[in-house]
Design a binder for this molecule. Structure first.
Ligand code: CTP
Length: 475
């Protein structure tokens, strides 16, 4: 842990902030994430929160005058806040305030207050650390709740009674878990209990804000920390009932299936080691959600989850819609990954044939490498022999993909013979025969009966037309 010294506020901007505050005869402090991350030796954020005991807007106006180069200033008069963008920094100004909350809203009633009132209203002790900017206390740390000690002990704790802090603003339940995941901190026991007690209040938080926190959890080094906490506090059942439904192991006639919830968490951790693609991490999180609704027990075959990939991909749409996430190409990507998530393993269990690889590349298109990354992360067997076999098989699949790619150009497949040419050759009007011939050509290429080339496809078309009783138009 870095010892406290003034270099936290060595940046010349803080001198200017202090000067402006002194000229206005008001106190100013830097507070929140900037101070926390400084003490943690993390890259300090570009957005810096400044509290003025008095008007935050007046302070911002003064700072804008003192800063050279005409910085961009935005005032939010209704909220009594202001923002200045300056050389890549975003300075956010607010007057110190006291907040009181009503039961059904995250919007507090706000009154002017002291620095202490302002620190009291903050979510966690580690986010309530403030550093003085006026000449009389420049660089002085004000830490009424022992936030520095909590940083050292790696604890997420609230300044007030936890039930008040979380009930006031239930988003903080998600923030506590997100910070615990990001910083690899523990949540204080009282806080954990308060989150469990207030879990239902997550309903008053907008879906968009929840998703911001989920995305941050998914982007951590070990997302299972955050996901397991969501599960432990029971918040998960409000956010992702589809995942809660995966938890548990059933036994019938001595046959058990694996716990697909804990398996999913392992898969997300695995994929976090190999990719920073948020949507691929989402795919890992959702790849098995179709397993709960498709689970069946058969006397002969044991537990089955037939069609879970298809059902799961449909569930992705509903889940994204419910969470008000964009229903765009990212969602389609996640759906595609879920839909195809079992294909490489099925393929690798048997002899890896060229035609099966061609079909995989045809279906996955540009996302075939992402699909392989997901499937490798999906290997959570604790049996080292099996693990080795699967990984080797996947290596073989990747190799084959490359070979097939170079030879057959299946990715983003464009039929070598167009529908128009088929119509012209056989003098056809739009009709089902054209579709039949096109499909037959595609199948022949995927099966490896003909190469993906014009001449071969043209000849194949003539033969197929002949089979269908079509005659070639005379020139
Ligand atoms: N804050 C709070 N309750 C919230 C959100 C924010 O008390 N629901 C306070 C905290 O003191 C926090 C500060 O406002 O430090 C700034 O919030 P924000 O910019 O959202 O978070 P940071 O702490 O800066 O961290 P991050 O950028 O990682 O979200």
């Amino acid at each position: 842990m870095k010892m406290y010294h003034k270099s936290a506020i060595d940046h010349p901007i803080f001198k200017i902030l202090g000067e402006a505050a002194d000229e206005l005869h008001l106190e100013a402090y830097v507070i929140g994430g900037f101070v926390r991350d400084y003490f943690l030796n993390r890259d300090t954020p570009k957005d810096i929160d400044i509290v003025a005991v008095g008007s935050g807007i007046d302070l911002a106006r003064k700072v804008a005058v003192l800063l050279k180069g005409n910085p961009e200033i935005t005032l939010f008069k209704n909220f009594g806040t202001a923002m200045i963008k300056h050389k890549g920094l975003e300075l956010e100004f607010v007057g110190a305030r006291k907040e009181s909350y009503q039961k059904d809203s995250r919007k507090p009633i706000v009154e002017d207050g002291t620095l202490e009132d302002d620190q009291n209203r903050r979510d966690f002790t580690i986010n309530a650390l403030a550093i003085g900017l006026n000449q009389k206390n420049y660089g002085k740390l004000l830490d009424p709740f022992n936030g520095l000690l909590d940083l050292e002990r790696k604890i997420i704790r609230t300044p007030l009674r936890p039930s008040i802090t979380y009930s006031d603003d239930p988003l903080r339940m998600m923030r506590a878990i997100r910070f615990a995941a990001q910083l690899e901190f523990e949540i204080a026991l009282g806080s954990l209990q308060a989150i469990m007690e207030n879990k239902e209040r997550i309903k008053i938080v907008s879906k968009e804000r929840i998703v911001v926190e989920i995305n941050k959890i998914l982007m951590t080094k070990k997302p299972s920390i955050g996901l397991a906490l969501l599960h432990k506090t029971r918040l998960l059942s409000f956010i992702f009932p589809e995942l809660t439904a995966l938890q548990g192991i059933e036994e019938m006639e001595g046959q058990r299936h694996k716990d697909n919830f804990w398996h999913t968490l392992e898969v997300v951790d695995n994929i976090a080691k190999t990719t920073d693609n948020l949507w691929l991490r989402w795919a890992a999180l959702l790849h098995d959600i179709g397993k709960a609704p498709t689970k069946k027990f058969h006397k002969k075959n044991g537990w089955t989850f037939h069609g879970h990939e298809f059902v799961g991909s449909k569930m992705v749409y509903r889940l994204f819609k419910r969470l008000k996430m964009p229903l765009n190409d990212k969602m389609k990507f996640v759906q595609k990954m879920v839909l195809l998530s079992s294909r490489p393993i099925i393929l690798s269990e048997k002899h890896v044939t060229d035609s099966a690889v061609r079909r995989l590349v045809f279906d996955a298109g540009d996302h075939v490498e992402d699909l392989m990354t997901l499937c490798e992360a999906d290997i959570t067997t604790k049996n080292p022999k099996k693990q080795k076999r699967y990984l080797n098989n996947f290596k073989l699949v990747r190799q084959k993909i490359q070979e097939v790619e170079e030879r057959d150009r299946i990715r983003n497949f464009q039929p070598p013979v167009t529908g128009e040419l088929i119509m012209k050759t056989f003098n056809l009007k739009p009709s089902k025969e054209i579709g039949i011939i096109k499909e037959a050509i595609k199948e022949a290429i995927l099966e490896g009966e003909i190469p993906n080339e014009y001449d071969a496809a043209y000849q194949f078309m003539l033969n197929k037309g002949n089979d269908l009783g079509l005659s070639v138009k005379e020139p």
